[in-house]
Design a protein around this ligand. Structure first.
Ligand SMILES: [Zn+2]
Length: 107
């Protein structure tokens, strides 16, 4: 789905630069980016050889919130490729090995 109007307030969206995702629909009134939505996404548990995991904060999270790395699968991309890309984009880390644990389709 591509958003033209804000699902929260109904205002016509403009666009805003969202890092590596490029220009995305944006509502200035709600201060919210409305990424094109797809039905598939990944949530990535990143850990190192010491079993230390990575939690990150995003600018749009409330103060105390942290999260695993996640993102939407883009057309032509599989889950593993998406996970590797999101880890690079959000954490600046290169994935050494990716393993898919769960697949769920949402309709
Ligand atoms: Zn809005």
């Amino acid at each position: 789905m591509h958003y033209t109007y804000c699902p929260n307030c109904g205002k016509k969206l403009t666009t805003i630069l969202a890092g590596d995702d490029g220009m995305v629909p944006y509502c200035a009134k709600c201060n919210k980016r409305w990424f094109d939505s797809f039905q598939s996404c990944v949530i990535v548990l990143v850990y190192n050889e010491f079993d230390e995991i990575v939690l990150s904060k995003q600018w749009y999270f409330p103060d105390d919130y942290t999260s695993l790395t996640s993102g939407f699968i883009t057309p032509g991309e599989n889950a593993e490729e998406c996970a590797i890309r999101e880890v690079k984009e959000e954490l600046g880390l290169n994935v050494v090995r990716a393993q898919q644990l769960i697949t769920t389709d949402i309709y």
